[in-house]
Design a protein around this ligand. Sequence first.
Ligand code: VGL
Ligand code: ZN
Length: 225
Amino acid sequence: MNYPAVSSFLWCVQAAIKHNADLPAPSHGLMTHQSSFQPRTGDALLIIDLQNDFLPGGALAVPDGDAVITPLQGWVNRFARAGLPILATRDCHPVNHCSFREQSGPWPAHCVVGSPGAEITSALSLPPGVEIIDKPCRSDVETYDGFSGTRLDETLRKIDIRRIWVGGLATDCCVLNTVLEALRRGYAVILLAQVVRAIELHPGDGQRALVAMEEQGAVLLEDAP
Ligand code: VGL
Ligand code: ZN
């Protein structure tokens, strides 16, 4: 889904959940899993927006965002050792993007194309061959999920991926929207609960996002790599 920018920090969570209101929701609550899932053929690791601007010191720093780097590195190493594909999305905006406060949008300017803030953190060591998926970089469109207007779906289908393991930033925005879009498109999703952090502008957004993902069929995996 592409969304027009609106002046509400709740937008990421509310838009995603509202959009899913027409899908049948199981009645159970948040349920995390441990240890029963192993990466296998047909799986890929998808890293969401692990860019400098979302990390401490960045323009839109996610609280405690750097805590995901060490466990995420563990998953990267595990997928690389197993010869399984790794992909990474990048948020990408022109300098006059409609979501920026200067244009009456909800966010400080961030992930401006070509800026250091838009680069994936060098604290994460990615093996050669990681597929980088840039979100559309247009001034008039906001794309929170990694699928809309990108090569992600096509890339995953070409290599027969049916299940994605997801970690990155932020739980209550781009992780949430990417996971819901993946489920809508028929992928199975394992959300790496240790490897996500939320913006939490409104307390509880992170938890609400986890519940929404789980209700729509994502498995919330608590395992360390
Ligand atoms: C994100 C807010 C604005 C994210 C991107 O990656 O979660 N959040 N742009
Ligand atoms: Zn953004």
